[in-house]
Design a protein around this ligand. Sequence first.
Ligand SMILES: [Zn+2]
Ligand SMILES: [Zn+2]
Length: 293
Amino acid sequence: MSSIAKSYVQPAAAVAILLFWTYAPAAWTTTPWAIVLATALTTAFVQLLEFLDERHAGWRLDRREFLTDLFYVVLGMTAIAWVTAHLAEAPLTALKQALGITTPWAMRMPFLLQVALVVLLIEFGQYWMHRLMHNALPLWLTHAPHHHLTQLNAMKGSVGNPIELVLISLSVVALFDLPLPAVFCGLNILVLVSSFAHANTRFDPPLWYAFVFTTIRSHSLHHSTDYASTRCNYANSLILLDRLFGTFRAGEAEEVGQDERRRLSIREQMLFPFQPAIARIRDRHARSAATAG
Ligand SMILES: [Zn+2]
Ligand SMILES: [Zn+2]
């Protein structure tokens, strides 16, 4: 496949997703299973591309990486999705009803604009939450496990401490009246972009696409080994926001990770935010044991 043809794989996939949610029968596009299935298929598609044309041999998936990534994708679709739906979206919907907030204009917009609104609302929230995570210590402790990744792959966008995964998925979309297929389409586009932005492939999109959407180039730089270089390119999918808010940096990184590129196990990723507290308790125990001895 020529490099020009390869560069159009990602935009073509985005168009295919858009066409599916626009024209598929409502019986398909309004069931919650549709977005679960679409997310799984989209992720699998990008994962397969990794095997066709890898970017760095050092990022090649092995069994351990694959199983860890898969664990987080399943966690994201089950526990994280449940917590977000029940603890964030349900109260927000209740608030919307209690305050009588309605947005009939959003229901009347063309489908493409509805999808764009969903993408913008989610990404705007993600951008600022992510930027805050890099600037406030307690939040950084939840986000750091994502930066301890020592290689990038299609499913790596789902890997992180569960507290971070819930925080980063918060959005105000539930305050708007929007058709379900438009919400699902927006989510599906975000899954596509974020999978490509973490994927070990050479399917680099054209410049106009990379001006708007996050790519593996801009996102790998965010995963740099030196902390200073990670403080740019915060947008998960809409790099346009970094350009607007002055945090965009051009470049690309091959070596990724933190703390001398130490890989964390799932257990370490889960416990990471509690490390300072665990260290304090251990310290106290060690001191009282020393006094007793
Ligand atoms: Zn980050
Ligand atoms: Zn990332």
